[in-house]
Design a protein around this ligand. Sequence first.
Ligand code: ATP
Length: 335
Amino acid sequence: RTRILTGITTSGTPHLGNYAGAIRPAIESGKAADVESFYFLADYHALIKAQDPALVQRSTLEIAAAWLACGLDPRRTWFYRQSDIPEIPELTWFLTCVAGKGLLNRAHAYKAANDRNAEEGLDADAGVTAGLFMYPVLMAADILIFDAQRVPVGRDQIQHIEMARDFGQRFNHTYGGEYFVLPEAQIDDSVATLPGLDGRKMSKSYRNTIPLFAPSAELRKLIAGIVTDTRMPGEPKDPEGNALFELYSAFATAEQSAAFAHALRGGLGWGDAKTQLFELLDQQIAPMRERYDALIADPAQIEAILLDNAQRLRETYAIPKLRELRSAIGIRPLT
Ligand code: ATP
C-alpha cells in the first residue's frame, strides 16, 4: 500500500484553508484500499511559531476534533500527535548530523524571515530561532520515520520535501543501506490555495483566517468582512482572482461555480455574493460542525484515540525503525 502523510501545525484554530487544502483531500485519498494514511498533529512544529502553552494545547484539541468531525476513521488510519512519538526527535538528531547547513540556509521559511529582516533594516537572523532554521530537518524526520512515499503539499513546500529526500539519501549513502524510502511531493492542482479575509493566502500566521467551525452567525459576519473593491451592484465583476469567487469555488460543484461567475460578470452585488457564499459554506459545514461541537466537549475521548494510535504506531513502525537506525550508526539499540 502507498503510504501518504499529512500534518497540520497546532498553532491555532483550524480554518477553511486547512480543510479544503489538507483535511478534505487527505480523507478522500485515505479511503482508497491501496493507501495507508498517516495524519498527524504537528505540535513540535507549533513551537516554532507559537510559544503560548494554552494556545498550543487548545489548538491540538481543536485540530484533532476537526479531523475526526470531517470523517477521519482512527481505526483504519494512523492518527497521532507528533510529540507522542519520541522516536521522531531522536531521528531528527540523526538527520541533523547528515544535513548540509548550506542547504538549510536556502530553506524558504528561513529565507523569508531574513528577507523580512532586510526589508525592515534589521540584522540577518534577528528574531530567527534555531528551531525555524532546523524546521526542514524535523519535517524530514516526520516523513522518513514512516517511509511515507507521498506527501501532499502546496507548491511552497516542494523544496522541503526535496530536502527530506536529500537527507534520507545522504543517510542511506553514509551508512551504506536502504534505510529510508525517499518521499515524493504530491501536488494536486485541483486543490486550491484559499485566500483569507484580506485577500492574502489564508494562514494562521497572517491572522486572516475563517475558522472552519465558527458558529453560523460568526461565519456570516466574517464572510461579510472579506475585502472587496468598490464596484457597485450592477457593475460587472471579474471572478478571476476574486477572493469570494475562489472561496465559493472550493466548496461548490462546477455548475454552481460557473453560475456564480456568470452572476458576478452580470453585476451581482458584493453583499449578495457574500450571502450566497455564506449559504453554501454553512450548509456544507453544518453536519461536521455538529460532530465537532460534540467531540470538543469530550477531550478524554480524543486523548484516548490519540494515545492508542501512538502506542500502536510506535510498536509497529517507529521503535523497530529506530532500533535498525541506531545499530546502523553505531549506537546501542534500546532494548
Ligand atoms: P502557517 O501558515 O501559520 O504555518 P497554516 O494555517 O498555513 O499555518 P499549516 O499548519 O502550515 O497551516 O498547514 C496545514 C495544511 O493546510 C497544509 O497542507 C497546507 O497546505 C494547508 N493549508 C494551509 N493554508 C491553506 C490555504 N490557505 N489554502 C489551502 N491549503 C492550505
